[in-house]
Design a protein around this ligand. Structure first.
Ligand code: ZN
Ligand code: ZN
Ligand code: ZN
Ligand code: ZN
Ligand code: ZN
Length: 367
């Protein structure tokens, strides 16, 4: 790869460009608190009261905190500098809103274990080295858009450790798991059972095979947990087993939104599937757009230029991103991180970028 010029190399690396742009495109200058409840990328701050903060606040107000990237959540209002934030860093509660008193928090934010840095039904921390494949529930009404390990989607484990061991042994995706590329959306067994009659109606619809790619059973492998008050626990266990026999998750085919719209349009307005698609989960047909932050364009350099500079000279901090120190720092680190890929002629994969961000959070040190 040494005989290829830096600019040639960079221009060939569309994947790199797209991935980097997908993650670093925005100018972190606007806190979304005043915009209210939005579908937006959320970061949990574990140091400030396990609150969820917007993209800009994650950089401008919580750069030194232990953050957990939660990716998008629907209907979330930034809690940086609200009464949910426990301690103040510096003069203002939120450095972007510059509020001297804490603002009123939204009533609609749903806080789940994700905000404590825990994920999946096994309630584990995200481990970038093992958990490269986790799937988010697109319905999320019961699970709050939880992320799941593939092995935990198939099985309930009585000990979290089993899950991680099997994840390693099975190279992350169990062989019996449907191929990730062959479905577009995932709805977890918790959300399916919450709206069981709706999903029954969908599955018995004559077009169900145009929407549903797979129905995957969620098995329980509970073992009796000792013998305290035997009779009640035994009957409880039996009851649980019979309830959970029919637990399953659903994988949706690509283009499911269009088919669901067609199905909805043919239904009576009193049909439970119609009501579900119209009022309860309209985003399955018309997904909420993810909030777009202002593009990082003024007085700034593009990813392309950044990559070229990274290959030629060290980044010129003065001309790079004036006034946005944290962003500049991250970009510089990103360019350093990308340099070996450029030198080795490798395409940067999504996991690599994700690992980069994990490293920025200093996570490996916490393990
Ligand atoms: Zn914010
Ligand atoms: Zn914080
Ligand atoms: Zn803030
Ligand atoms: Zn799990
Ligand atoms: Zn769910």
């Amino acid at each position: 790869m040494s005989d290829i010029s830096a600019s040639e190399y960079i221009s060939q690396q569309n994947a790199l460009e797209d991935e980097a742009r997908g993650l670093m495109p925005w100018n972190p200058s606007h806190c979304t608190y005043a915009d209210g409840s939005l579908r937006q990328p959320i970061f949990a701050c574990l140091d400030c009261g396990e609150i969820g903060v917007c993209y800009s606040c994650s950089i401008q107000c919580h750069a030194d905190c232990h953050l957990e990237e939660l990716f998008t959540k629907r209907g979330f209002t930034c809690d940086c500098g609200t009464e949910r934030q426990e301690s103040k860093k510096g003069e203002f509660w939120c450095h972007l809103r510059q509020n001297l008193d804490r603002d009123v928090p939204s009533l609609s934010n749903r806080y789940s274990q994700n905000f404590k840095g825990l994920f999946c039904d096994c309630h584990n921390k995200y481990k970038a080295d093992i958990d490269s494949t986790m799937i988010q529930c697109v319905l999320g009404l019961e699970c709050n858009e939880e992320w799941y390990h593939c092995c935990c989607i198939l099985k309930k484990h009585d000990h979290a450790r089993h899950c991680l061991q099997s994840a390693i042994q099975n190279n992350q995706v169990p062989s019996e798991f449907p191929a990730i590329d062959y479905f577009e959306g995932f709805i977890c067994w918790k959300c399916v059972s919450r709206y069981f009659t709706v999903f029954q109606a969908l599955m018995s619809h004559h077009r169900s095979s145009d929407v549903i790619a797979h129905k995957v059973a969620h098995l329980t492998t509970f073992e009796p947990l000792g013998s305290e008050d035997e009779a009640p626990s035994l009957s409880k266990k039996r009851k649980r087993d019979s309830n959970t026999e029919q637990l399953f998750s659903i994988m949706l085919k690509s283009g499911y939104d269009k088919v669901l719209l067609e199905i909805k349009e043919d239904l009576e307005k009193t049909d439970k599937l119609y009501v579900f698609l119209q009022d309860i989960a309209p985003f399955l047909i018309n997904d909420d757009p993810v909030y777009e932050f202002p593009e990082d364009s003024d007085n700034d350099i593009s990813t392309y230029e950044l990559g070229t500079k990274a290959l030629n000279t060290s980044l010129d901090r003065d001309t790079a991103v004036a006034g946005i120190q944290a962003m500049d720092d991250i970009k510089k680190k990103l360019s350093d991180f990308l340099r070996p890929f450029a030198e080795a002629g490798e395409v940067v994969k999504e996991e690599d970028i994700r690992n980069f961000f994990e490293l920025q959070k200093g996570k490996p040190k916490n393990k």
